[in-house]
Design a protein. Structure first.
Length: 294
């Protein structure tokens, strides 16, 4: 039997603990030759035996709450690499940096009906501060936004994406437009973001549908999308922004990219467009004759 040097109390497999409540008890335990167990060794004895821990164990949850109430300087850095935080469904123990604070609306929108949130019992006061010190995601900054964009792209690539994925994507794009000045993207991070497929495109209508490159809505990147007003120029080559996620006029994202796009390969593009129109006229010769006569 061993006794603990802190007030944490949790029983794990193969070891019996007793926790003293006052200095006199500690003196008595020492006289009885009970081994004193250090705080760090105690934590290691638990977190190295997480295979024996159930995420829904009430005693384990109480232990985590007591641990998180400790000053953050008592949270060892190495704990960031341990999956020991129960998720919201209490079905898994996860790394702190894998979990999101569900009080942030954008997180609950992007990860609706998922198990990527912290357990409700761990959200309040000092507990939340302890989780933040261990890496839980509780704010939308530049790195987090890029991570969310990648998550939308990954969900889109699933064999069966969520039915509301385009709604989630729209909300993420709109958050970007409304908060871009507070996200402080560097040139490198912007280069990463504009290549991620998380922005909804719009369906193409007649008369462009037959020869359009993308006939139905898909998720695209800033690099590959164009404004709907340019549909007559490049419908055979590009997808177009969904009407709900068209960039504000204050952002020069699209115009700058369109200028670059015009400079590179514009002649080839025009040739493709003319070729496509010629083919369409050939296929619809009778229709054109009817229009001419009537």
């Amino acid at each position: 039997m061993v006794f603990l040097t802190s007030k944490l109390n949790y029983q794990i497999q193969k070891t019996n603990y007793i926790n003293y409540k006052n200095p006199d008890e500690k003196i008595l335990l020492k006289r009885l030759d009970v081994v004193e167990f250090s705080y760090i060794h105690y934590l290691l004895s638990i977190f190295n035996n997480l295979d024996f821990v159930r995420p829904d164990d009430p005693e384990y949850l109480e232990f985590i709450k007591e641990f998180l109430r400790l000053p953050t300087n008592l949270h060892p850095d190495w704990l960031c690499e341990y999956r020991f935080i129960p998720n919201n469904t209490k079905t898994k123990l996860r790394l702190a940096r894998e979990l999101y604070d569900d009080r942030i609306l954008l997180f609950t929108t992007v990860f609706a009906n998922s198990d990527l949130f912290i357990a409700p019992e761990l959200r309040s006061g000092w507990l939340s501060k302890g989780l933040v010190s261990l890496g839980i995601i509780n704010k939308v900054d530049e790195d987090t936004f890029i991570r969310l964009a990648f998550d939308i792209q990954n969900l889109y690539n699933l064999p069966s994406p969520p039915s509301d994925l385009f709604y989630r994507a729209r909300m993420l794009v709109l958050h970007f437009y409304y908060n871009v000045d507070n996200l402080y993207f560097t040139c490198n991070s912007w280069d990463v973001l504009k290549s991620i497929n998380f922005i909804p495109s719009k369906p193409v209508d007649y008369p462009y549908l037959e020869t359009a490159k993308f006939k139905s809505p898909i998720l695209c990147s800033f690099n590959s999308l164009r404004l709907p007003k340019h549909v007559k120029l490049c419908w055979t080559q590009c997808a177009f922004y969904d009407d709900l996620v068209i960039p504000p006029q204050s952002e020069n994202i699209v115009d700058k990219q369109l200028d670059d796009w015009k400079r590179h390969g514009a002649l080839d593009l025009l040739f493709t467009i003319i070729n496509g129109l010629y083919g369409w006229l050939e296929d619809n010769l009778l229709l054109m004759a009817w229009i001419y006569l009537y």
